[in-house]
Design a binder for this molecule. Structure first.
Ligand code: SF4
Ligand code: FES
Length: 383
């Protein structure tokens, strides 16, 4: 299908079939970061280092308006996220609007603030799916990672409620040097809880995770072994548990298509209404970021300077520019390219063809071999 034909706004002409079309199609997913508030303090958090406080957050009606605009734009899936979305007391109202406008709704939660009644109310409203994050199946280690007491038992309880209420469940686990050895037990936990899917996500090193890289990075041997474990379990659990494995960038040869390609299918809206092509992109100097408080969402998606900046392939430098994978991985991650090479338009250093790849690997191997420094826990400023 012609890329442009998939947008429901009808404001643009069709692409020339002889050229690579760089006009956007409709976004598939919207990540609504309802708040940065969260009772956990995970050291790999993808929220920015400088987080806005509660008084600056979009109101209920502002979120409801954004969701209506998103549905009109053609968004299909809404991921209610944070921080911890359940700390918003108006979550049910926001969810209700999402259901009404026909969005598929996924609640991304740590579960620790949820009650069964609240979850039941959300199921009644029409919530489609719950993604529950866990830090480890070892209670003490889970407390160490999240700096939150009693979290694991609460998560076990929440997983049971999700299943009792007939909702599909995904277990998400961010893996790193402090829990990677427990992967078999983490997979067993997902099966025991009746999850249909497990996300085994190696840490992505930006925001808090970048600050904590030396404390999080596993060795190559640990990572390779975890891949084998996941592969074996995937075979064994066919028809029971789906696997979504996010590989470790430092031990890769080619990068992932970060955000499925910049400005191609995903929108991230921050608690204060900034509309981002990627949740970490505020680190990119000079990126002009629009806000739903000032502009319609469709206008931002189609023409916003931040979305245009790395959309398609025309911004690419060598080696991406002439690479046969340029429309497969879209040059990888702009934020990682910036963080490691100083230029977001460079190839992701996870790529073996990047001039920085060797250093990228060497640093990982050196840090992973050294003892772990203490965590710098995620903290939000109070406002
Ligand atoms: Fe991807 Fe660029 Fe590497 Fe090619 S050179 S594989 S496009 S990151
Ligand atoms: Fe921003 Fe990858 S995290 S493009």
């Amino acid at each position: 299908m012609d890329d442009a034909a998939n947008v429901r706004t009808g404001t643009e002409a069709a692409c020339d079939p002889a050229e690579v079309c760089e006009r956007p199609r409709a976004p598939i997913g919207l990540l609504a970061e309802l708040t940065y508030r969260c009772p956990l303090q995970c050291p790999y958090c993808s929220n920015p280092l400088e987080m806005s406080g509660v008084r600056e957050e979009l109101s209920t009606s502002e979120w409801q308006d954004v969701l209506k605009q998103a549905a009109d734009l053609g968004v299909l899936q809404l991921h209610l996220s944070g921080g911890e979305p359940c700390v918003r007391q108006d979550l049910e109202l926001i969810l209700g609007t999402a259901v009404k406008v026909g969005l598929y709704t996924n609640l991304i939660t740590s579960g620790v603030t949820l009650s069964r009644d609240r979850l039941m109310q959300m199921a009644d409203i029409g919530l489609d799916h719950v993604q529950l994050s866990i830090q480890d199946v070892d209670e003490r280690n889970a407390e160490f990672i999240s700096a939150y007491k009693g979290g694991f038992e609460k998560k076990r309880q929440v997983a049971r409620w999700v299943k009792e209420l007939g909702l599909p469940l995904t277990i998400n686990v961010v893996v790193h040097r402090h829990n990677i050895e427990n992967l078999p037990a983490l997979i067993d936990f997902a099966v025991e809880m009746g999850a249909g899917r497990i996300e085994v996500a190696n840490v992505q090193y930006y925001a808090w995770a970048l600050k904590n890289r030396a404390a999080l990075i596993p060795t190559r041997a640990q990572f390779m072994r975890s891949l084998e474990i996941a592969k074996e379990a995937q075979q064994r659990l066919k028809g029971i548990l789906l696997f979504d494995v996010v590989a470790h960038d430092h031990y890769a040869v080619r990068p992932k298509p970060c955000m499925s390609g910049w400005g191609r299918s995903l929108i991230d809206i921050t608690p204060t209404g900034k509309v981002l092509p990627c949740h970490a992109c505020e680190t990119i100097p000079g990126l002009e970021i629009d806000n739903v408080r000032q502009k319609p969402l469709a206008e931002i998606w189609l023409n916003g300077p931040a979305f245009q900046k790395f959309r398609g392939t025309s911004w690419m430098k060598e080696p991406c520019r002439s690479c046969e994978r340029r429309e497969i991985d879209w040059g990888g991650c702009r934020c990682q390219a910036l963080a490691f090479t100083g230029d977001p338009a460079n190839a992701d250093p996870a790529c073996e063809l990047s001039a920085w790849h060797k250093d990228f690997v060497t640093i990982a191997e050196r840090e992973a071999a050294a003892p772990s420094p203490p965590f710098i826990y995620r903290r939000i400023r109070q406002a």
